[in-house]
Write a protein that binds this ligand. Structure first.
Ligand code: OFO
Length: 169
């Protein structure tokens, strides 16, 4: 069983994960439009990851006898000044998601829902990785400044990212 409060908190996080997916989908379009296909590929993988995060919550709620509510998603941004501006937005967004996951764990602790606390450990660890990945890319982009050749090398590197379905929980 899952408490009503816990159920609602999971449904809210489901909405945030779907927003993340749409935000990164918007970034796929941005990078495709400016001709950075490797960056676009990185974002395509990110969309798949966010969908997996959302489905992990979706399946967990159902497995605990809860009720899933799929909400309307806010429209994400669709324009950025450059690759660095875009990745700084990713980093900021992932920091927000970390905060939201921590708050979700707070609810689980208040509700004394040990199973939810345990399940959410995966999301806590995932956020460490999410923040690190985009912060590393921001650092590289800052380092290269206006060097277009170096930008294309990073594009090539990001083009090699492949999606590996996570085992959540
Ligand atoms: Fe990007 O980690 Fe989920 O939202």
């Amino acid at each position: 069983m899952i408490s009503e409060k816990m159920n609602e908190a999971f449904n809210t996080q489901l909405k945030h994960e779907m927003f993340s997916s749409n935000l990164y989908l918007s970034m796929v379009a941005y990078f495709e439009e400016i001709g950075l296909k490797g960056f676009a590929n990185w974002m395509r993988v990110q969309v798949q990851e966010e969908n997996a995060h959302a489905m992990g919550l979706f399946d967990y709620v159902l497995s605990r006898g809860g009720s899933v509510t799929v909400s309307a998603i806010d429209k994400p941004e669709n324009q950025w000044k450059c690759a660095l501006d875009c990745f700084e937005a990713v980093y900021k967004h992932e920091q927000l998601v970390t905060k939201l996951i921590n708050e979700l764990v707070d609810v689980a602790e208040q509700e004394k829902d040990r199973a939810a606390v345990s399940f959410l450990q995966w999301y806590i660890k995932e956020q460490v990785e999410e923040e690190e990945n985009c912060s590393d890319i921001c650092a590289k982009l800052r380092l290269i400044g206006d060097d277009k050749h170096a930008l294309l090398l990073i594009d090539q590197e990001l083009g090699a990212r492949t999606y590996v379905a996570p085992v959540i929980g």
